[in-house]
Design a protein around this ligand. Structure first.
Ligand SMILES: [Zn+2]
Length: 382
C-alpha cells in the first residue's frame, strides 16, 4: 500500500518543475493539498496535486503537463501530511523542483505573470487586478473542483474553462534572457550552473542554466525568492527550443533542447536522459523503432535532426500529412527542421516544435494517478 502510494508520488514528481520552458500552470501547493472535497479523504494529501495535474492534462488534451508549484515552508513540517509526503516535498525542494518560500506573498501571481501561465486556484485575488490585469482574462485563473471523472477546472474570474497562456510578459522575457546566481551557498533555485561563486561547489543542485526559474522582482531588482537576496547576473541564458512527442495524435510529453546537449529519441535510448517512447508504442512500432532512433541538436538557433536508426525515418515538411510530401531520412542522414516540419519515426510517432504540434483533442490522456490504490482515491459519493 505504502509502496504503491510512493509510486504515485514518484509519478507526480515527474510533473513538478520550475523550468520556465516546461511548466504549464502555477499552483500554491499549500492550497491544493487541502482541497478535501476532491477525494473526501484526509485534511491534507499530496495526492491531490496529482488529481489537479490530471485535470489540467485532460483540459489540455496532453499527457505530462508539469506544474510550477510554490510551497510555503511551513508545509515541510505540516502534521496533516504523512511523514512520507513531507519527505517527498523536502526532496522536491532540495532538487529545486518546487519553490519553497518563507513568505510566498503573491509569488504565484508573479510567476504566472512573468511566464504567462494560468493559475490553478480557488482564491479570487480580489484587489490585485490593478497589478495583474490578466487576472480578469478568460482561462487565466481556474479553480479545480470535484467532477464526475475527477476534478474539473472552472473559472470563477474572467470566464472560460480552458487554461490560457498569455505568453511571457515583457519583464519576464527580459529576466529569462539572462542566467542568475544566488550568493547563498547551495541555493536550489539559482545555485550551480550559473558559474563561479565562492561556494558554487557546495551547491546541491547543478541546475542547467536554461532551466532556471524566473527571479522575483523586488523594487526592480532581480531577487532570489527563496533567500531574499539580490541575484548576480551570470551572463546570457542559453538558447532553448521546446519539442513535443506526439503518438497516435496525443502529445505525450515535451522536452527542452539546448545548445549544449543533443537529445536522443527512441524506443529506449541510452543514456538515460534520452526520450523513451517504448511505453507508448504498439508491437509493430516497437519492432520498427530503434532504441535510439533520432538525435536532435540545437545549433545557432537551428533544430537539426539526424537519423540514428536501422530503418530510417521521415520529415513531413510544414506538417503536411500527404504521403507524396514525405521526405525520407535515411540512417545517418541529417536535416535542418524548417518551420512546421514534423519528424516521423514511424507512422503516427512524431516529434516537432511544441507550438506546432497540438494534440488531437479526441484522445484522452493517461492519468498520473494510474498507480493509485483505490482506497487512497475514494471519490465523494454521488
Ligand atoms: Zn537563493
Amino acid at each position: 500500500m505504502r509502496f504503491e502510494i510512493s509510486k504515485v508520488l514518484d509519478a507526480i514528481e515527474g510533473r513538478v518543475t520550475t523550468d520556465p520552458s516546461l511548466a504549464r500552470a502555477v499552483v500554491d501547493l499549500a492550497e491544493v493539498i487541502r482541497w478535501q472535497d476532491l477525494d473526501g479523504g484526509r485534511p491534507a494529501s499530496l495526492l491531490r496535486l496529482g488529481m489537479v495535474i490530471d485535470a489540467l492534462s485532460r483540459e489540455m488534451g496532453e499527457d505530462s503537463v508539469p506544474v510550477y508549484a510554490i510551497v510555503h515552508r511551513a508545509l515541510l513540517s505540516d502534521a496533516d501530511l504523512t511523514s512520507n509526503e513531507r519527505m517527498v516535498v523536502r526532496r522536491w525542494a532540495d532538487d529545486g523542483l518546487v519553490e519553497v518560500l518563507d513568505h510566498p506573498g503573491d509569488r504565484v501571481l508573479e510567476v504566472a505573470d512573468l511566464l504567462g501561465l494560468p493559475v490553478l486556484s480557488r482564491v479570487r485575488f480580489d484587489g490585485l487586478q490593478g497589478r495583474y490585469p490578466w487576472l480578469g482574462q478568460a482561462g487565466r485563473v481556474l479553480a479545480p473542483v470535484p467532477g464526475a471523472g475527477g476534478p474539473v477546472l472552472i473559472a470563477h474570474v474572467g470566464g472560460g474553462q480552458s487554461p490560457a497562456s498569455g505568453g511571457r510578459s515583457a519583464v519576464g522575457a527580459k529576466l529569462l534572457a539572462r542566467q542568475w546566481r544566488c550568493p547563498e551557498p547551495g541555493c536550489a533555485l539559482f545555485g550551480g550552473g550559473g558559474g563561479g561563486g565562492a561556494f558554487a561547489d557546495l551547491a546541491r543542485v547543478d541546475r542547467a542554466p536554461a532551466a532556471q526559474p524566473p527571479p522575483s522582482l523586488r523594487n526592480g531588482v532581480p531577487t532570489c525568492p527563496r533567500h531574499g537576496v539580490r541575484l548576480g547576473d551570470a551572463g546570457p541564458r542559453p538558447r532553448t527550443e521546446v519539442l513535443a512527442v506526439r503518438i497516435g495524435g496525443l502529445v505525450r510529453r515535451r522536452f527542452v533542447l539546448t545548445e549544449t546537449q543533443a537529445v536522443l529519441v527512441g524506443r529506449a535510448p541510452d543514456p538515460a536522459d534520452g526520450i523513451v517512447l517504448g511505453q507508448w508504442l504498439n508491437d509493430e512500432a516497437r519492432r520498427w523503432i530503434s532504441r535510439s532512433h533520432v538525435r536532435f541538436e540545437l545549433r545557432v538557433g537551428e533544430v537539426i535532426v539526424t537519423d540514428t536508426s536501422t530503418n530510417g525515418s521521415g520529415v513531413r515538411p510544414g506538417g503536411s500529412m500527404a504521403e507524396s510530401d514525405r521526405i525520407a531520412l535515411a540512417p545517418q542522414q541529417s536535416r535542418v527542421l524548417a518551420e512546421g516540419d514534423i519528424v516521423e519515426l514511424y507512422p503516427g510517432v512524431q516529434v516537432g516544435r511544441a507550438d506546432e504540434l497540438p494534440s488531437d483533442a479526441k484522445f484522452s490522456p493517461t492519468s498520473v494517478m494510474a498507480e493509485a490504490p483505490t482506497m487512497a482515491m475514494r471519490l465523494p459519493r454521488p
